[in-house]
Design a binder for this molecule. Sequence first.
Ligand code: BEZ
Ligand code: MG
Length: 622
Amino acid sequence: GPAPGRAQSDGSGVFVLGAELGNVMIGVQPTFGYEGDPMRLLFEKGFAPTHAFSAFYRYLREDFAADVTLHFGMHGALEFMPGKQVGAGGQCWPDRLIGDMPNVYLYAANNPSEASLAKRRSGAVVVSHLTPPLGQSGLYKGLLDLKSSLDRWRRSDAAAPDRGELAELILAQAQAVDLVGDAWTDPEAEIDALWRKILDTEQALIPQGLHVVGGTPNPMEVAGQLSAMAEVEGNTPEALERAATLLVQDHETPALLRALGGRFIRPVPGGDLLRAPEILPTGRNMHAFDPFRMPTAFAVQDGQKQAARLLERHGDVLPRAVAMVLWGSDNIKSDGGPISQALALMGARPRFDSYGRLCGAELIPLEELQRPRVDVVMTLSGIFRDLLPLQTRMLAEAAWLAATADEPEAQNFVRANALSYAARMGVDLETAALRVFSNAEGAYGANVNQLIDSGAWSDEDELADAYEARKGFAYGRDGKPAQQGALLKAALADVEVAYQNLESVELGVTTGDHYFDTLGGVGRAVKRAKGTAPEVYIGDQTRGDGKVRTLTEQVALETRTRALNPTFYEALLEHGHEGVRQIEAQVTNTMGWSATTGQVEPWVYHRITETFVLDEDMRRRL
Ligand code: BEZ
Ligand code: MG
């Protein structure tokens, strides 16, 4: 009869894409997707793999009869198929698809959270690989000219006769690179701010090209990586020396061969090389963390600092409600930093039992907090929910404690909002105090990224629909989810600020499509729920003390240091089509921010167009 499904099918057969080379088959994993109507992405809570996806794994298991499978890369689709979070069984798609085929998974060392999922849900043995070496962005073209004028300005006497002229030159140069809009109002202060922006741009760390598995960075790349690592507190000279040795040895090829031969792969915690040199040597089986110890005392203290920084950056008026996106990876890499920030905003902290194990939350008294409790609508990635169930319950408990505290509403926005939702929606206070939202069990992502990537949307409200449908599951104090779309909508309508932390220097908000999926998605849902867009901020604690940037500033910084920076794109172009794919992704992801938040400045697109489309030479190279 006819072939089932429409994906990868010509009507009479379902294609398995790949090449057979004797005993090795190199296959292309079919994508996530829905049979038939792509608009189902908007509303589905769960789904089944396409026939093509299922046929692919059946072919590997039964026709090709592989002795072992090597998944190559990361963010695969297999381990994100519906089913239980842990202890997968015969009803769970990852388990049904992989069966008893041994599964080796080559995975980037900086992504322990997704690697943990691959291990739990698809029985993978992970073999870690390096990420590209980091180096300073540096300056180029007009930015270089501007910096030399700024240098002159800083050396020149405040009373020098040509100072006015120099200010005019700086203005023109800064306008030419889109750093300043109109004329100066207060040149001294604005030029000072410009100087700091130029240094921020010059010193930003960017990945240099791509890592080739089994390859080692060249001496210049090693030097750049080590000097970035030397800046980080806690990286001892011994650790740097060890890194210098291990970076230039190939531990990945031997590990892959060992794993494919069914032999033991040593374990290692995952993390960013910059902050965690102990991830070397790569070629090891990654694990994450001790869930009972998160957040650590340091993370709690730092979380309070970063929360204060966010409130200060927002201005003099305290926001009544903040939407905060929490991922697994940002928390794992900081021992619970973002979790602590959410607690701090609500005026809460973790509670530990006499063994020092996390057991819940408690409120910080208002006298100690010295400001009202800010309401926090927390949206968790599916990965966070899976990896951090204790912390999910703790966050729900913190919101409940705040909502039920005997405190004046003017000092407790969590309570004020919860009382209002209870009255308006006719629900009890337990329900009205739910603030921890995520996907339905066994589902991941907001799918806003998939809609944008596939062009399957025509107006921005559809992105908000997808977000709410996917993330409308509230997780309560008992850790159990309940579909609470109306409550999510009510809570989003009160949100003034949307906020997420960067998880790593390596991954900007324009590098992947997950930041705009989550933070952009919530921003769009807030705009629809209340009519005006929230302020969107990015917390960056990947270097130094930490910074809060507006989304507009963050996209501008990444555009200057990455997309438009020859150091960045030339290194990628050396890797042929894969490098081009990365450059293209940068543009699509930037567009994702425009679609979800509308907060990308027009010059970003003008300059990208000039650099990659209108330049005929470049176009040919691409
Ligand atoms: C997470 O760690 O939660 C995460 C990682 C990648 C994409 C989205 C979420
Ligand atoms: Mg993908």
